[in-house]
Design a binder for this molecule. Sequence first.
Ligand code: GLA
Ligand code: ZN
Length: 681
Amino acid sequence: MERQILTPKFPHFLHGGDYNPDQWLDRPDILEKDIELMKKAHVNCVSLGIFAWAKLEPQEGVYCFDWLETIINNLYENGIYTILATPSGAKPLWMSEKYPEIRRVSKTLHRDLSGQRHNHCYTSPVYREKVREMDTRLAQHFAGHPGVIMWHISNEFGGTCYCPLCQEAFRNWLREKYGTLENLNHAWWTNFWSHTYTDWEQIHAPVPNGETEVHGLTIDWKRFTTYQTLDFMSEEIRAVKAVNPDLPVTANLMSFYEEIDYFKFGPKLDVISWDAYPAWHNLEPLKEAARTASCHDLMRSIKHEPWLLMESTPSVTNWAPVCKLKRPGMHELASLQAIAHGSQSVQYFQWRKSRGSSEKLHGAVVDHYGGSDTRVFREVTHVGERLETLEKAVYHTEVKPEVAIVFDWENRWAMEGSRGPRNGGLKYEQTVQAHHRAFWKQGVPVDFVDMDGDLSGYKLVITPMLYMYRNGFAKKLRAFVENGGTLVSTYWSGIADDTDLCFLGGWPGDGMMEVFGIWNEEIDALHEGETNRMDVRESMEGLRSSYTLSELCECIHLRGAEALAVYGQDFYAGSPVLTKNHFGAGDAYYVAARAEDAFQEDFYASLVKELGIRRALDTVLPEGVTASLRVGETDVVFVQNYNGEEKTVRLPYAMTDAETGETVQGDLVLPGYSAHILLEK
Ligand code: GLA
Ligand code: ZN
């Protein structure tokens, strides 16, 4: 099957990034130099106009697009394509002063003053109208331009507004959802503390000095925030698509960003893109490499399609607590990591450093120095060259995992908005990433799915800490196992339903006790530094005799499952902690306590072997070295070394170097911070 082409007007790997010529219109020499340097750096695509509203509409109703047209034409004539932004991420000052309603109201219920960015009200009819007008005009002017290949809708949607318009929209959304107050009161369990609503007007968004203890309200407010953000974005998309329905749209997302359920963006966007800013070389650099891989996988999984790396810094950010330089090689490695996980681009923030204001010290391809004889420019150029070389072998391949991890935003909001069993940190995101890391270390590709997603087609599904079972998900899990799938679930799963009402009759609820063959009676929380022990009883191949447990330990009972391991300590010593239940044609494992990484690594390695799940490279991978896989007519293996020093990998058979065309076999030597791209013979 031909892969979806993200940018039909220019079907190639994209290399380039955010370009802000609107800051340099009085410097034609610099604009000219930009083109010269872009060509030198093998840049073929820029994102334009993201924060240019004040230049596009300097006064209300006065539109100036000539400068933008000149820039787009110049770029196009020089072989550089444009992803054109709608400028709604930052409203011009004249507008936010004239129309206060477009400014957000914060949790303290104070309205923002003008300034900053990404802070418009998503509900405001005035702002929606202004944006619609701007987007329509931009589309009429540019959507047919041969150099404009995609829309970049706004910038990094996020945040929440507590203004009266948003609160009213929330109430209407609730009316639509629940129909009656009686239904709402039941779903939110409001008899508790006499918080029963007797009038819709009594409902307010959760804020610190208001209602925070009706957990159903908190989750619904977050659902509404996603809904309203999407509604705003959809209006923008409608405006540009009305002019040219064929020009694809994207929005730049932020991976595990807490406030928005990105899975809901999938059906609205033609292309998923995201902005990756890993803290390379932090104090746990290998974990950071794995975490970044999980972010790429999450973003790819929104549509299960190729995606675009829309932003990344060519050198440093200026907002991290410590803005450490990428070590030589790291930039290329990080860029190829994105490609390895399914990206069709390496784009940067930013092309040229601004001279003033908040991002003047943020990394860029072109420094204030202005020349191409810099380390960063050379590394960027090399990435561009490598992408060109790799395109033929890699562009038409895709990532097709056999393993899926369930990550669900609503589950996250529910678990984290709840109280107990460990208010010092349940660590949902970290737990999901720890499970992902165990596969990353073995070079096993992984997808994410949420509870609206499709499980069929996977051999192995992991549901870490799935506190909430919503939208009939338990039935999906049940069917998956019944039909022969292997399911691994953990502690703190199957506790509450869609509106955070606890399941009655035993956990994991909604029929899943039967699937796992266990009953979870109690959960114990451990203090920092306290541990328990998992003693492995039944020999599961590859497992050690014991593992350290911490933080959360459930007291479960067997109801048909077999115990593979038991607790080693405390009053529940000897009771099961790792169980397996054969159900239908499949198996359901339950891990009742938080275990050290080594457990996940050994346990999943054993399952990967048993289930015949494909690794990118079937060999021993040294610590900090991993392999990723894109499959196609010829499969492509990306071997990546995240250590600063050289590592050697023994290839299982002869392969072809995708860049040199040479045969490689035996020992593959990987310099520090490097990636080798190999083709299966
Ligand atoms: C985000 C924004 C960019 C820029 C970068 C800086 O990703 O989208 O405009 O501010 O951060 O890292
Ligand atoms: Zn608002």
